[in-house]
Design a protein around this ligand. Structure first.
Ligand code: 4NP
Length: 156
């Protein structure tokens, strides 16, 4: 089993969207039971809350239903997960403050072959178009991540 945790600030916009996209790709690629994904926020503002309605709408427009309750990133996640993917540099720094530097922790867009190493912009204070934009970024980055890291998981 490979376990992947997506991390943003609030765990209501970017990281749950990434989780929904990843769950959909796991299902489509027949990797259920082999790859597992979850999401968390570095802050505790939205613990136990549902994802932002704009994230759920962007997912639904692409045929994806997500059920998730906000949780805060914690030290134990480092042991539990194989990959921890931060949405932006601030998230990466906050993760490192909590668990130190680890070879399991990456920026999500380290895997984006179009704009490698960029941040996934925080859409919280913007309009709905920002959520459509991050859907495109995340869909592409996660596809590239899976091509790089989840290649021969079917033989495990
Ligand atoms: P996220 O977006 O980190 O992508 O979930 C945000 C959600 C909430 C807040 C900031 C960013 N907030 O300040 O409450």
């Amino acid at each position: 089993m490979i376990k992947i945790l997506f991390v943003c600030l609030g765990n209501i916009c970017r990281s749950p969207m990434a989780q929904g996209i990843m769950e959909s790709k796991i299902h489509k690629k027949g990797l259920g039971g082999k790859v597992l994904t979850d999401s968390a926020g570095t802050a505790n503002y939205h613990v136990d809350e549902a994802p932002d309605p704009r994230t759920l709408t962007a997912l639904r427009r692409n045929g994806i239903e997500l059920v998730h309750k906000g949780q805060q990133f914690k030290e134990a996640h480092l042991q539990e997960f194989d990959y921890i993917l931060a949405m932006d540099r601030n998230n990466l720094e906050d993760i490192q403050k909590k668990v130190g530097k680890s070879s399991k922790v990456f920026l999500m867009r380290d895997f984006d072959r179009v704009e490698k190493g960029a941040d996934v912009p925080d859409p919280y204070y913007g309009g709905v178009d920002g959520f459509e934009k991050i859907y495109t970024i995340l869909n592409r980055s996660i596809e590239h991540f899976m091509q790089d890291k989840i290649v021969d998981v079917s033989s495990r």
